[in-house]
Design a protein around this ligand. Structure first.
Ligand SMILES: Cc1cc2nc3c(=O)[nH]c(=O)nc-3n(C[C@H](O)[C@H](O)[C@H](O)COP(=O)(O)OP(=O)(O)OC[C@H]3O[C@@H](n4cnc5c(N)ncnc54)[C@H](O)[C@@H]3O)c2cc1C
Length: 476
């Protein structure tokens, strides 16, 4: 993975740049000591690292605007950062860029149960949004597995999803409005506490824009009343391909579970060792959750179980209590962390039509043999959003490059079968060069023209999303 060469002018001017930032923010909100900036050298795609020039932590929208205006005037690139859990390298800095972290922006600003929305500062963690409303029987639906740590800001930038997004949609379907600051320091209000706005869907454009159009400082989010009840069923199979076929049949039957999650044997074993969730030692495991009244739950589960039985499951366990449900989910939610305990891995994020699951799973196994790298699969199967985890050894020369090549082949396969390069993690630096596979030159040019409007100097997170050759002229 290549990053553009750093600007010698900016590196030489570091002291001047930091001094100007210190005139805007309190002393403790500007970090330029190399020991401390090291903490910001990567996100969760830890294979790539580079400490930034400095880090700023504004505590309000106005401070954010003042910082951005100063950086614009000094011609210094800015990389917005939420909690740094991006798996695509979205928050990876360059040596000549400032990291603008929103970690100090965590307040709840307004809760309106009658109109079902909450307004929060964008650095607030995903899980604590639900935390703010759950005692009143409400929740915020998008639930990335990283929800304990990741910030709403990052969720908006990556249009994040999660296990329960099969029914509730991803961030864009639950976002009503944002306060966003442009690179020039202008404060924009986009959307609001209502369902839609007149004119173009600018909010839809901002959601998923990977920190390239502006810095989001506040968000208005839809909250939903908690369902009457929910129940997962755990179904084990002795073949990945058969489990994939079962998912495809459930979706085709028109049932809409709230989640269909898939794990294969390497991930099941790691999750079981880590959480002792009581998972069976099978080739593939589905966790399917439905919700509603007792009658609705029963009706949906009856249909799902009938379909699953046609695929000869080796294990079929319906949760009998809220405690059992929590245990079933515990292993899945901890799966990424559990895998990280035993191996270096790269987590991919391609999306495919659900009917292609059996074919793609078969091909991933072949690629694994061809490259000599093991793969664990854990993903949101109901959405066709795949997360193959390619295991490699970061200390073995050449292994990372091999892993990158294999990842590229898997993502190309996703495009080939009618899917796309990303489901919820974004493009970042990880899939940047593969954008050529999905889009032709004209497509890329139109997308980059949107960035030209919001950030004409290409100073906001400039080396992400678009292939370096395609964006070279604009970045220069
Ligand atoms: C263990 C694990 C499990 C995960 N599971 C899921 C999952 O189930 N679903 C899912 O979708 N993702 C998942 N992720 C990926 C990641 O958590 C999401 O992409 C998340 O939304 C990133 O949020 P963050 O606050 O950490 O953002 P960061 O990593 O800090 O940044 C991500 C992107 O957002 C931009 N950004 C940050 N703040 C702002 C801002 N204020 N304004 C504008 N742009 C900004 C950054 O520039 C960057 O491009 C997982 C990650 C891990 C490590």
């Amino acid at each position: 993975m290549q990053m553009p060469e750093s600007s010698a002018r900016i590196l030489a001017d570091k002291a001047k740049i930091v001094a100007r930032l210190r005139k805007i923010l309190p002393e403790e909100s500007v970090i330029d000591n190399p020991v401390e900036t090291k903490a910001y050298e990567c996100d969760a795609l830890a294979a790539y690292r580079c400490p930034p020039l400095a880090v700023v932590l504004p505590a309000s929208t106005d401070e954010t605007a003042a910082v951005l205006k100063a950086c614009f005037e000094m011609g210094v690139p800015v990389v917005p950062r939420g909690a740094g859990t991006s798996l695509a390298g979205g928050a990876l800095p360059t040596a000549d860029s400032i990291i603008l972290g929103v970690a100090k922006l965590t307040d709840v600003l307004e809760i309106d149960y009658d109109n079902r929305f909450i307004r929060v500062e964008a650095g607030r963690t995903n899980l604590s949004v639900t935390g703010a409303v759950e005692t009143n029987g409400f929740f915020y639906a998008p639930d990335p597995s990283s929800q304990l740590a990741c910030a709403i800001a990052g969720n908006i930038a990556m249009n994040s999803g999660g296990a329960h997004c099969l029914k509730y949609g991803v961030t864009t379907n639950n976002l009503l409005g944002v306060t966003m600051v442009t690179m020039e320091g202008e404060i924009l209000e986009i959307g609001g506490a209502h369902l839609d706005s007149a004119g173009y869907d600018l909010l839809g454009l901002i959601c998923g824009s990977e920190g390239q159009l502006g810095v989001v400082t506040e968000a208005t989010l839809r909250i939903l009343a908690k369902p009457e009840g929910a129940r997962p069923v755990l179904i084990g199979f002795d073949s990945n391909v058969v489990a994939g076929a079962c998912v495809s049949d459930i979706i085709r039957a028109g049932v809409l579970p709230v989640a269909i999650e898939f794990m294969d044997r390497p991930v099941i074993r790691a999750a079981e060792n880590f959480t002792h969730a009581g998972y069976p030692d099978v080739e593939a495991l589905l966790i399917i959750e439905v919700e509603g009244s007792e009658a609705e739950i029963k009706e949906q589960l009856d249909t799902i179980i009938k379909i699953a039985r046609k695929h000869n499951p080796v294990e079929l366990r319906e949760s009998g209590s809220p405690e059992e449900s929590a245990t079933i989910w515990k292993g899945r939610k901890a799966a990424f962390g559990a895998m990280g305990q035993i191996n270096d891995y790269m987590c991919l994020d391609g999306t495919i039509p659900v009917s292609q699951l059996p074919k793609v799973l078969r091909r991933i196994t072949e690629l694994s043999e061809q490259y000599g790298l093991d793969v664990g699969n854990v993903f949101h199967a109901g959405d066709g959003n795949m997360h193959p985890l390619i295991l490699y050894d970061a200390n073995k020369p050449g292994d990372l490059e091999k892993c990158e090549d294999m990842g590229a082949d898997i993502l190309k396969l996703c495009v080939e079968v009618g899917g796309c390069l990303t489901g919820e993690h974004g493009v970042g630096v990880e899939k940047r060069e593969l954008m050529h596979v999905q889009y032709n030159e004209a497509d890329l040019d139109i997308q980059m023209a949107v960035k030209d409007v919001f950030d004409p100097e290409w100073l906001l997170n400039p080396a992400k999303v678009f292939p370096l050759d395609a964006s070279a002229e604009r970045r220069a």
